[in-house]
Design a protein around this ligand. Structure first.
Ligand SMILES: [Zn+2]
Length: 82
């Protein structure tokens, strides 16, 4: 007998067990996705609906963080070659 709680994908409704999928808590809202594809679909609709003025600062910040990570990876790779 399983006492494990089942999760249901917000995007497609498919049930999935704990330890799988993507679960995100935003404030008092819990969003559950069975796959990264379903999450991407939801995230895309969400991002497109947020007014540009409100989101642009965050977009820039997150993009900068990834650019920094990529730069670090490039440096690590360069060091390994030498
Ligand atoms: Zn799904």
């Amino acid at each position: 007998m399983s006492v494990e709680r089942k999760h249901y994908c917000v995007t497609c409704g498919r049930p999935f067990p704990s330890g799988q999928g993507i679960i995100i808590k935003i404030g008092d809202e819990v969003l559950e996705f069975h796959s990264s594809r379903c999450f991407a679909k939801f995230a895309k609709s969400l991002i497109e609906r947020i007014p540009h003025d409100e989101i642009k600062g965050y977009v820039r910040k997150v993009r900068e963080e990834y650019e920094e990570l990529l730069e670090q990876k490039r440096k690590t790779r360069a060091k390994r070659i030498i």
